[in-house]
Design a protein around this ligand. Structure first.
Ligand code: BO1
Ligand code: ZN
Length: 222
C-alpha cells in the first residue's frame, strides 16, 4: 500500500495508514504549553546553509511538497542535516497553548545517521509571502501531478530574521511516523496572504495530524 519510491499511498488506504502509525510514546505533533517550557541556554544555534535552488513541486496525496537536490543544509551544534524537501500543513500541526495557526511549513532535513531535523515555520494570514509566491502559483492540484518549472527558491528568504525556537524529540507526522525527529519550531510566525492560504486549502482543506501527548518529554526553548 505504501510505495517507498514515490511515497504515494493508494487513496482508500490513507485512513488505514494513519491508524497503522506507531503507537509509541514520542509521537508528533504536540501542543506546546508556553508555561511548561524549559529554558536551555545550551541549545545549539541554527546555522543555515541555504542557497538559490531549483525545486520540483509534487502532490503526493498527503500534501504538496517541494523536493531539492542535496545542496541545502543546516547545522545544529556540530551535526549537519541536509534538506530533502519542504511541504505544508493546514491548519498547523503543532499548537501553541491550544491554538493552531493557519499553515505550518516543514523543512525536512536528515543527517548521515538517518535522523531527521524538521524546521517548522508557523504561518498566519497577513501580507503576501513573496519568497513563496512562485511556489503558491504552481501548486499541482491533481494526485501525483508534478509541476516542472524553472523556478528557484532561496530558503533564507522564507525564514524570519530571529531563529529562536522550541524544540523536542518526536516523530514524523505521517506514515511511517518513525520516532526519529528533532523538532525545531520557530517562535517567530511568518505571514502569508489569505489568498495564498486559500490556494492550498482548495487542494488540501485539512492535512494536519491530531496532537499527541508529550508523555515524559519536555519542550525546550533557547
Ligand atoms: S513531517 O515533516 O513529520 N510531516 C514528515 C512526514 C513524513 C515524512 C517526512 C516528513 N516522510 C519521509 C519518508 C522518507 C523520505 C522523507 C523525505 O520523507 O518516510 O522515505 O525520504 O521526503
Ligand atoms: Zn509535515
Amino acid at each position: 500500500i505504501y510505495d517507498e519510491k514515490t511515497e504515494n499511498v493508494s487513496e482508500n488506504k490513507l485512513i488505514e495508514n494513519f491508524n497503522s502509525c506507531s503507537n509509541g510514546k514520542k509521537q508528533s505533533p504536540v501542543n506546546i504549553v508556553t508555561s511548561e517550557l524549559k529554558t536551555n541556554s545550551m541549545l545549539p544555534k541554527i546555522e543555515t546553509n541555504y542557497q538559490l535552488s531549483p525545486l520540483i513541486i509534487k502532490n503526493n496525496q498527503h500534501t504538496i511538497k517541494a523536493k531539492f537536490d542535496n545542496i541545502n543544509s543546516i547545522t545544529l551544534g556540530k551535526v549537519k542535516y541536509s534538506l530533502l524537501q519542504f511541504h505544508l500543513h493546514t491548519p498547523s500541526e503543532h499548537k501553541l497553548d491550544g491554538k493552531n495557526s493557519d499553515l505550518e511549513l516543514h523543512l525536512v532535513h536528515q543527517n548521515d545517521s538517518g535522523e531527521y531535523a524538521v524546521l517548522a515555520i508557523l504561518m498566519r494570514s497577513g501580507k503576501e509571502n513573496l519568497a513563496l509566491k512562485q511556489f503558491f502559483e504552481n501548486l499541482p492540484n491533481e494526485d501525483h501531478a508534478i509541476v516542472n518549472t524553472n523556478l528557484k527558491i532561496n530558503l533564507n528568504d522564507i525564514l524570519p530574521s530571529n531563529l529562536s525556537y522550541y524544540s523536542y524529540f518526536g516523530s514524523l507526522t505521517t506514515f511511517p511516523c518513525d520516532e526519529k525527529v528533532n523538532w525545531i519550531i520557530l517562535k517567530n510566525v511568518v505571514e502569508v496572504s489569505e489568498e495564498q492560504i486559500q490556494k492550498f486549502k482548495t487542494i488540501f482543506p485539512n492535512n494536519a495530524r491530531d496532537t499527541h501527548p508529550l508523555n515524559d518529554r519536555v519542550v525546550e526553548t533557547n
